[in-house]
Design a binder for this molecule. Structure first.
Ligand SMILES: NC(=O)c1ccc[n+]([C@@H]2O[C@H](COP(=O)([O-])OP(=O)(O)OC[C@H]3O[C@@H](n4cnc5c(N)ncnc54)[C@H](OP(=O)(O)O)[C@@H]3O)[C@@H](O)[C@H]2O)c1
Length: 310
């Protein structure tokens, strides 16, 4: 059965004056498109002005935000903003670019909601044990320590902030399908290792669900993850099954660790299970894709031709 488009109810949409999504990347673009579909006025930022001809982008209002080049919107461009979503990761110095450049300006606006997309990397390595919002962060990687510092810097602004902590984001065109087709996929196995993930439309759905809640019910920190932490060999196996392609030979992680990029090694250096129970049971959000199985099927269908939402 085809899922209905992710949308905000008309009454919740009417409560938003104008939203700016800082970072019109994979998640930002999809979230902005869902809000526009719901009738909300949204502007997304990019470091470069998008080419007008690019498919779909012409439907989303955009502005340039590139602190490195000194291209930052002024008070006139942000004066009527009531809601802000930040999807930009920490910069090379480990600081939040939006806060560094626009913190004072934003703190002076009558903002009704600020959403910040963070990462479950802030919990560090738990040896595979579950974490939830009550778990004290213990980031082990430099980029996760920077992320926690950015969360804390946002909190210190005393804005109506919600931090959404996310595991690996997947969805259409962010799946293992391309690497299976071009032969670059690796089937790695490390004893006891699992990864957590979330379909991009469940991030959109969870954010919209929170926007529709009364302010008093919105948690200040929320994990948005599916219900199925599992080894990457399992997800790759299912992707190969969907494509009817053979799997590459299985390799023990330890045998090829030295040949992996530092970034890939950092992902394999941590093992944890993140719980979205608060989102599902506390706030009543129904995951569209409780596991990679439904999520991969839907992503493949969209990649193969169902028209994308933006
Ligand atoms: N990908 C994952 O698996 C994952 C997992 C957990 C958490 N997260 C976090 O969740 C958020 C959304 O992820 P995503 O995968 O949707 O991100 P994405 O596709 O990489 O998009 C990031 C956006 O931020 C903009 N940006 C990046 N650095 C910037 C800077 N220094 N100054 C101004 N703009 C900048 C990019 O601008 P351009 O449009 O100009 O490129 C892009 O629009 C990010 O904070 C990410 O770190 C991601």
């Amino acid at each position: 059965m085809k899922e209905e488009a992710v949308k905000l109810s008309p009454s919740a949409a009417a409560r938003i004056g104008r939203m700016v999504v800082f970072g019109g990347g994979y998640t930002g673009q999809r979230l902005a498109a869902a809000l526009v579909d719901s009738g909300v006025a949204v502007t997304v930022t990019h470091r470069q002005a998008p080419e007008p001809a690019k498919a779909g982008r012409e439907t989303l209002a955009s502005m340039v935000f590139d602190p490195v080049l000194g291209l930052v919107p002024d008070a006139g461009a942000l004066g009527d903003v009531t809601h802000v979503l930040v999807t930009i990761p920490p910069d090379t110095e480990g600081r939040d670019p939006v806060l560094s450049q626009l913190g004072t300006l934003l703190a002076g606006l009558p903002l009704r909601w600020v959403g910040y997309l963070s990462t479950t990397g802030v919990y560090g390595d738990t040896g595979g044990a579950w974490v939830d919002e009550t778990t004290t962060p213990a980031p082990g990687l430099g980029r996760s320590r920077a992320r926690l510092a950015c969360e804390q810097a946002w909190r210190a602004c005393h804005l109506p902030l919600q931090v959404f902590r996310l595991p690996a984001i997947y969805g259409p065109n962010r799946t293992p399908f391309a690497s299976l087709r071009d032969g670059t996929a690796r089937l790695l196995y490390k004893s006891g290792q699992v990864f957590c993930r979330i379909h991009v439309d469940d991030i959109v759905g969870a954010v919209l669900h929170n926007l529709a809640l009364p302010e008093s019910r919105r948690p200040h920190t929320l994990i948005v993850a599916d219900e199925t932490p599992c080894p990457s060999s399992e997800t790759l196996g299912f992707a190969a099954h969907l494509l009817d392609l053979p799997l590459p030979p299985a390799q023990r992680y330890e045998q090829i660790e030295a040949r992996l990029s530092p970034m890939a090694r950092s992902f394999w250096s941590e093992n944890r299970r993140v719980s979205s129970r608060l989102l599902r049971e506390g706030l009543g959000y129904r995951l569209r894709y409780p596991s990679y199985r439904e999520g991969f099927r839907a992503s493949l269908a969209e990649e193969l031709g169902a028209s994308p939402p933006f």
